[in-house]
Design a protein around this ligand. Structure first.
Ligand code: BO1
Ligand code: ZN
Length: 254
């Protein structure tokens, strides 16, 4: 292959990857049908440490595929029908371009401009690298981002090749507490190679809001730091929806 991985966007990388997991039967993302269900009742979601104001800014590092913020220990997801406690490790974003929306999941066949993922591993498996070996090893919270709207926009700015979010609780990146019972739940995978089928997905149905100029900050992130090739914006780092293969994509009815 003549294209160096360093210069591929995430979606090209996913597409070209021959990793066998990526052709499995429980891949992500998928379309979520909030009208047809199937519907199910879930206990409330419990987020520990998510309301604590961070002591410093969140620095989102460009890793060549996305911008990723590492999370301090002590943020724990449980409840909502999950099997035990899951420790948050990082959050990152997927986005498109002026021409294409960039969410990974779609809602009733419609994509949103962006999608946030907060990645957690199960306390029973001890680490992220061990958890990818188990069907319930990882829990990702997915949040759709829309542009404009009436909600308080997310505050962020660009600093070199980083995106910086000033100190705020992680909960500020989630839909309003009263909307957190509205989510889709299914068994899926990581959306980038090696596409490990280890993820219990919880995707909130209510989007959060971002301004157009803030979304442009993401679209201006560069896909490469090499000076020997022309720079190119990192865009469309979202994987397309994958076949459901008989899975139940549950919609919380609460
Ligand atoms: S996603 O949320 O499905 N888009 C997703 C995709 C890939 C990863 C995480 C979430 N990758 C993993 C790496 C691990 C790393 C972990 C946490 O992210 O495979 O090596 O420890 O940063
Ligand atoms: Zn992701």
């Amino acid at each position: 292959n003549s294209i160096s991985t360093q210069y591929m966007t995430s979606s090209e990388y996913t597409f070209l990857s021959g990793h066998p997991n990526c052709a499995g039967l429980r891949q992500s993302p998928v379309d979520l049908d909030s009208f047809r269900g199937p519907f199910a009742e879930f206990p409330p979601i419990t987020l520990t440490g998510y309301d604590t104001l961070s002591s410093s800014s969140w620095n989102l590092q460009n890793n060549g595929h996305s911008v990723v913020a590492s999370l301090p220990t002590g943020m724990v997801l449980s409840g909502a029908g999950l099997n035990g406690r899951y420790h948050a490790v990082q959050f990152h974003f997927h986005w498109g371009s002026a021409a294409k929306p960039g969410s990974e999941h779609s809602l009733n066949k419609l994509q949103f401009p962006m999608e946030l993922h907060i990645v957690h591993y199960s306390s029973r498996y001890g680490s992220m690298s061990n958890a990818v070996r188990y069907g319930d090893g990882i829990a990702v919270l997915g949040v759709f981002l829309q542009v404009g709207g009436i909600l308080q926009p997310l505050n962020l700015y660009t600093l070199g090749q980083q995106i910086v979010i000033p100190p705020m609780p992680l909960a500020a990146l989630l839909p309003d507490v009263h909307q957190r019972g509205r989510f889709a739940r299914y068994q899926g995978s990581l959306t980038t190679p090696s596409c490990d089928e280890a993820v219990v997905w919880t995707v909130f149905l209510q989007p959060i809001s971002i301004s157009l100029s803030q979304m442009e900050a993401f679209r201006n992130v560069q896909a490469t730091e090499s000076s020997s090739f022309p720079q190119r914006s990192m865009m469309n780092n979202n994987r397309p929806v994958q076949p459901v293969f008989g899975r139940s994509i549950l919609i919380a009815s609460s």
